[in-house]
Design a protein around this ligand. Structure first.
Ligand SMILES: Cc1ncc(COP(=O)(O)O)c(C=O)c1O
Length: 424
């Protein structure tokens, strides 16, 4: 059976045939690819093809697919027991490792996904401050909990409107939405509601409207504005954490968030999430404090083994310079080709993260990102796929160069991009 046949079969028993909507290829059209196996930068598909993977499971696979040491650690952990629902020495060691790599985290609590981490972080912020409102940014994604599924279009001083059916307005009324990179908008909200705001939550480098970097002063300004009004600053580093250095982005730039959320990389491909911060804040979590959070599979030994080995390898091998060089080679290549062929494209890149935006102008927020030509993105996606390269099947995502990619992978990608895409 090929991908098309599997998709037909799956659609009968899984809503839309997928367990996460973007996998349905609605953003690019066509039949979703069914993956069979992966090693390093390559995946094998149910269609009998091999693809160079630049999606990397949406970010966790910074060391590539099925890295031997991680598979060994997982196999050993699984053989020792899949779950206990009780404490293990490994959880303590893993928390120690995270706290040692991220000094602003004096304590860390493990959960099972990024969504769960952010949900807990927001509850914690509300519990600590005794306030209800939060500020988020248009185009930042923080998982699928009710109050964070808030779209743009809402006035800054009114509650946001949910982007999903089934979300109670009561949940989103507590959420203000500001444009990313717009410090003045946040300051305006805080001027009026500063004593009601529990937290400002932000992806320090945005990765869910394509790759959008913070403008100078934006994150510093958020730090100062939140401190001034007694609100907490939450850095959602589910994508950023351990991406550009073996620590958080916040730590790298010297801005200390009150609460940081992690996911993706820290599970090395297994389901995990984490919330971390200073002891005085983390102590509000049960059983030390009154903010409840729990999980049958939290700190699962197999996930912890995968995450621990991944972080150890990142710490010991530090493949970050390599990923930056390869990422830059790729982005420079796309930009050069776009220039030569007068294509309305520019590629944003930071370390191993990159997004080809189908628009020449720089992207500072969701409004800019939405102005990109999504039809051209879909055309790019399918031509790259046919040429043997898997990129995220949505125009509003970050693609990833992992430590397992080679210069030859990048050059082959660029050749396909230059030779095939513009001529079709
Ligand atoms: C910044 C950010 N936060 C939270 C999440 C939610 O994580 P998960 O999909 O593990 O629930 C994501 C997922 O892409 C994310 O990018």
């Amino acid at each position: 059976m090929n991908s098309a046949a599997w998709f037909e079969r799956a659609k009968k028993v899984i809503p839309g045939g997928v367990n996460s909507p973007v996998r349905a290829f609605n953003g690019v059209g066509g039949i979703p690819v069914y993956f069979k196996s992966g090693k390093g930068s390559r995946v094998q598909t149910e269609d009998g093809t091999e693809l160079v993977d630049f999606c990397g499971s949406w970010g966790p696979l910074i060391l590539g697919h099925a890295r031997d040491e991680i598979v060994e650690a997982v196999t050993q952990a699984a053989a020792d027991g899949l779950s206990f629902g009780a404490n293990t020495a490994r959880e303590a060691e893993f928390a120690e490792l995270i706290c040692s790599l991220v000094p602003e985290m004096e304590m860390v609590r493990l959960v099972s996904s990024g969504t769960e981490a952010v949900m807990t972080a927001v509850r914690l912020a509300r519990g600590v401050t005794g306030r209800r409102k939060i500020i988020k940014f248009d185009g930042c994604y923080h998982g699928h909990s009710d109050y964070l599924l808030v779209a743009s279009g809402s006035g800054l001083l009114t509650g946001g409107i949910s982007s999903s059916a089934g979300v109670s307005p009561a949940a989103t009324e507590e959420v203000f939405v500001a444009p990313y990179n717009d410090l003045a908008a946040v300051e305006d909200i805080l001027k009026n509601y500063g004593d009601e705001v529990a937290a400002v939550i932000v992806e320090p480098i945005a990765g869910n409207m394509g790759l959008v970097e913070p403008v100078p002063g934006f994150l510093e300004g958020l730090r100062a504005a939140t401190s001034n009004c007694g609100a907490l600053l939450i850095f959602d580093e589910v994508i950023n954490g351990f991406r550009l250095a073996p620590t958080t982005f916040g730590h790298t730039i010297g801005i200390e968030a009150d609460i940081t959320t992690l996911g993706k990389i820290i599970g090395g491909g297994m389901p995990i999430g984490a919330i971390g911060g200073r002891t005085d804040i983390m102590s509000h979590l049960a059983p030390l404090g009154p903010v409840y959070q729990a999980g049958t599979l939290s700190g699962n030994p197999v996930a912890v083994a995968a995450g621990m080995k991944t972080l150890e390898l990142l710490r010991d091998e530090s493949p970050y310079l390599k990923m930056e060089i390869l990422g830059k080679r790729l982005a420079d290549g796309i930009n050069r080709i776009a220039e030569e062929k007068n294509m309305q494209i520019h590629c944003a890149q930071r370390g191993g993260m990159f997004t080809p935006f189908f628009r020449k102008e720089p992207i500072r927020n969701l409004t800019d990102s939405k102005a990109c030509d999504t039809k051209e993105h879909a055309r790019y996606f399918h031509h790259m796929l046919q040429s043997g390269f898997y990129t995220p099947p949505s125009a509003f995502e970050v693609a990833f160069v992992s430590a397992s990619h080679t210069a030859a992978d990048i050059d082959a990608f660029l050749e396909a991009f230059g030779n095939t895409f513009p001529q079709v």
